[in-house]
Structure formats: C-alpha cells, structure tokens
Write a protein that binds this ligand. Structure first.
Ligand SMILES: [Zn+2]
Length: 323
C-alpha cells in the first residue's frame, strides 16, 4: 500500500481499535495479536516507518527477532527472500508515483508481485489486501496530476493481480473503493471537452513542483520544465506575484504556488471539482475469478466485507436483504 501500513484500511482487516488515528497501537497489534502463536500478517509493504520505530518501542527489531526481513528500499526488498517481510519505504505515506525515485521506492505493482511470490507457496491459499491509498488523498487536494499518477499506479497493480489470477485459475480478485472523493468534473464552465493531454505532460505533482522552486534561483524555469507546456504571460504573472511576496513563510509560499499550479492545470484541461471531501455516488466493484458472480449488481458497501468473510470460511454468501 502507499499510505502507512497502520492506516485505516489495513487496520480494518488486521486490528481492533476504537479510533483509526491510534497508529502506534494499531502497529503494536500487528505484532502482539497472534493466532495459534503466529503473527497475523506475513507480508507488510508500504509507508509508516515512524509508527513502527518509536521512542517507546521499535517494532522492526521485534519483528526481526521473530524472523521477519526488515527492508527500507526497493533493492532491499528484491534482495530479501524470507516468506515474512516488513517493508517500510517512507516515514509516513510514500511519495506519489510521479514523484517517486523508481530505483528507491517500489511501485504498487512491484509490491503486489513481490507479495504474491512470497505468499503463493503452500496449498492453503492466501489473502492479500492492496490499497491505492493516495487516490483519495490527491482527490482531497483537488490535484488531478496526483489522481492520475495514483490511479495509474493502482491500475498496474490490479493488472499484476489479474495476470496471476488468470495463470492460477483459482484466485478471486476484487477491486473497489469505499467512496469517491472531490466530485471531479470533466469539462467545466459549459465546455464539454476534457483535455488530459495537458495533464500527461506534467512530470511531478504541483506540490512537488512548488517545493522544487524553493531550491532553485531559476524557479520559473523549474515550473516550466516540470509542466512541459508553454506558460502564458498571465499564468507567469500570477506565479510571480506569489513568488515575489516576501512576507510568506516557506510553507505559505509552497502552498500558494501549489494552488496556483493546480489552477493552471485545471483551467488548461477543463477539470472541475465540487468538494474537497468525500462524495455520495455509488462506486464500482470489479470481480474476477471463482465466486465473482456474488459481487455483480447493487450492494450496500458493508456487504463486500460480509461476502469476503463468508467466502474465506468456504460458505455461500447470503445477504439478509435478499430475502
Ligand atoms: Zn478521504
């Protein structure tokens, strides 16, 4: 996953807690709660090093003492062969895919492939939860560059899972989300064409570009190089007005430049937003493999978990509201 391993979605599968923000306690439970003397999760790959290595407890040392490989980079992950691994590739969330150094941070697809190789060993089968965590984060920030970066990272991971399932012939793959975010509109101001070609040219998320401007004297060139379409004089003047305001702190300047770059990208590509929060429309569920038929049609989102639970116990999913 691309968020912290102690974030809400993995915790929903592997911890019991009152509040999702109790990250340290969630990480503790991954180690402390055992089933028949075994830790509950064999393979953990993502961010959140700071929730595992703390002043009061260093869970990486504890997992290592119990035989887990501990890895912090893509190369260390590739070198590790133990079936049990804890991979912490960032202090908190991973950088978004477009901002990642691909030789240091694994892609989500690489994490999925690596996890499947480790888990697909016995005749018992396995359960793997994968989260494209930052699609939602980018949408909260109304950042279309980040959204496309993270959806692409997730789509490749989904392909990796499907390729395995096709070969294996006995694996169910389900892809869904618990909600949508941002209310993204393709075509704004009564213009009905969305122009993603502008977005495809951009080399980094707006926030990362804004940070890079603060490390360079030729800051406008930094933006130009990362955007890769010619900035108009109006666009340049807006950026200059922010950059030349000396009363802003570093954070204020980065945040205002980020917003200005996002606005340029939105205007060029005709991308619009209705909210910086979650939205209420139905979301898609995709299922492939044995038992995929149970996931077609319209379901309450909590049914997905109930169906997974029944299938894991080799039972036929039976939903109460279908009587
Ligand atoms: Zn959210």
């Amino acid at each position: 996953m691309t968020a912290e391993i102690s974030h809400a979605t993995p915790a929903g599968f592997a911890a019991h807690i009152q509040n999702r923000t109790e990250y340290a306690e969630i990480a503790n439970q991954y180690f402390d709660d055992t089933i028949n003397g075994q830790h509950k999760i064999d393979v953990m790959l993502g961010g959140g090093r700071n929730h595992f290595i703390r002043d009061d407890r260093n869970l990486t040392k504890e997992f290592q003492a119990h035989g887990y490989d501990i890895v912090h980079t893509k190369q260390e992950l590739l070198n590790s062969t133990h079936p049990h691994v804890l991979g912490l590739f960032s202090e908190f969330g991973l950088p978004m895919a477009v901002d990642r150094w691909s030789n240091v941070t694994p892609s989500l697809a690489e994490m999925v492939g690596n996890a499947i190789d480790r888990l697909n060993t016995g005749d018992q089968g396995f359960f793997l939860m994968v989260e494209g965590s930052q699609i939602d984060w980018a949408a909260h920030h109304q950042d279309i560059v980040g959204i496309i970066s993270e959806i692409d990272d997730y789509a490749k991971a989904f392909e990796t899972a499907i390729e395995f399932a096709k070969k294996d012939g006995n694996t169910l793959v389900i892809s869904t989300s618990d909600h949508a975010t941002g209310g993204m509109t393709m075509g704004v101001n009564n213009i009905d064409s969305w122009l993603p070609a502008y977005i495809r040219k951009i080399q980094s998320t707006p926030e990362h570009i804004a940070q890079l401007t603060q490390e360079s004297n030729d800051w406008i060139q930094v933006i130009q190089d990362n955007i890769q379409f010619e900035l108009s004089s109006t666009e340049q003047n807006k950026l200059r007005a922010i950059h030349n305001t000396y009363v802003y702190t570093y954070e204020e300047k980065v945040s205002r430049l980020t917003d200005a770059i996002k606005e340029i990208v939105d205007r060029r590509s005709n991308t619009g937003w209705t909210t910086g929060n979650h939205t209420g429309e139905d979301v898609n569920v995709y299922a492939y493999g044995p038992a995929a038929q149970y996931f077609s049609g319209w379901h309450e989102n909590s049914d997905t978990g109930k169906m997974l639970k029944a299938l894991a116990a080799n039972q036929t999913p039976h939903l109460e509201d279908e009587n």
